[in-house]
Design a protein around this ligand. Structure first.
Ligand SMILES: Cc1ncc(COP(=O)(O)O)c(C=O)c1O
Length: 336
């Protein structure tokens, strides 16, 4: 590829700059030692500031910049009751003097906890819907129209803040990571991240292509099958390439996603995840979450155990946040 620095410069210019970047890249020597495996690093995207941090901040920079350009003053986000994305949208909205409106799917609990508690502290206008289906989009359209009728300018955030338009968020994270590795003089062999709506892994792949990075980018799906997750990521990467007029494309076989760590299902804790959370905390003093990073860590530990990494490999684990939900698992986690 030619002129990649110009492309990256263009992406930088569209950012809004919430604070917190670059996020730290830290070594995890005690965890590496216990696992008897490769050199492990953690990229602290749980320190991106908004609502206790997480991966959505990098994507939201692009969406909020667009919203501002369009004169928006009301930000509408949809997700599950404990959506990390919705909570970060609410936090970013308040940071920028906009009104957060959240459409949360699931039954409203008697006592708000985790992200929902934070949503309430942020005084988001919260609407609860019982289940997912086409009626969710209809409800959002109706809400947006109601706000328009009151003289507001609403902006709807896509689910998980993933869209071709936000893929550059994690391309820039890849650039950040490469610059951090350059300073240490070490090579990077693989990057591990949780995969939900696919935007994080898509961005890392997009960035790796632009920067000629050969490290493996390994995603760990938390709900979609490998085929579905790969297709989503292909659509995001190729969509971003089209949007930025780049001669770049990938196919499903270019995407490495594991789906065998979903186990009992999305958000369901199991023994392996509990042990992973505990081991990372007791070796490195770092908390990971039960829904996303916990499952990604189980994959990393399992692949090390299976001998699928070399001892001198440098592996980066992306900590993508999700910590407010940790406390919802108190009854299971409290037993260990
Ligand atoms: C904490 C956390 N990690 C990882 C992910 C997955 O990111 P993506 O949706 O970009 O695949 C999410 C998505 O909701 C998340 O909240």
């Amino acid at each position: 590829m030619t002129n990649n620095s110009l492309i990256l410069e263009r992406l930088h210019k569209q950012k809004l700059c919430f604070s917190g970047f670059p996020t730290p890249l830290q070594k995890m020597p005690r965890l590496s030692k216990v696992l008897g495996g490769p050199r492990l690093f953690v990229k602290r995207d749980d320190m991106t500031d908004l609502a206790y941090g997480g991966n959505k901040a990098r994507k939201l920079e692009f969406l909020f910049a667009d919203a501002k350009n369009n004169g928006a003053d009301v930000m509408i986000s949809v997700g599950a009751i404990q959506s990390n994305c919705a909570c970060m949208v609410a936090s970013a909205s308040r940071r920028l003097g906009m009104k957060p409106v959240l459409v949360l799917v699931g039954k409203e609990p008697e006592v708000p906890d985790g992200n929902l508690l934070l949503d309430k502290l942020l005084s988001a206008d919260i609407h609860f819907l019982d289940d997912y289906g086409p009626h969710v989009d209809e409800y959002i359209n109706k809400l947006a129209n109601e706000y328009r009728a009151k003289g507001h300018c609403p902006y709807v955030i896509p689910a998980g803040a993933s869209a071709p338009f936000t893929v550059p968020g994690y391309a820039l994270a890849m650039e950040e990571l490469i610059n951090q590795f350059k300073k240490t003089g070490e090579k990077m062999d693989a990057v591990v991240c949780a995969c939900g709506t696919g935007g994080t892994q898509a961005g890392l792949i997009f960035g790796a292509k632009l920067l000629d990075v050969t490290a493996k980018i390994l995603g760990v799906s938390v709900f979609a099958t490998r085929a579905d997750a790969s297709n989503t990521i292909v659509r995001l990467v190729n969509g971003a390439a089209e949007l930025f007029d780049l001669d770049l494309s990938i196919a499903p076989d270019d995407v490495a996603v594991f789906d065998e760590y979903i186990k009992e299902g999305y958000g369901i804790l199991n023994k392996d995840v509990t042990q992973a959370l505990k081991l990372v905390a007791e070796t490195e003093g770092i908390f990971i979450d039960p829904v996303y990073t916990g499952k990604a860590m189980v994959m990393l530990m399992d692949q090390i155990k299976k001998g699928n990494f070399n001892k001198d490999d440098n592996i980066v684990f992306f900590h993508t946040g999700g910590l407010p939900a940790l406390f919802l698992y108190r009854s299971e986690l409290g037993k260990i």
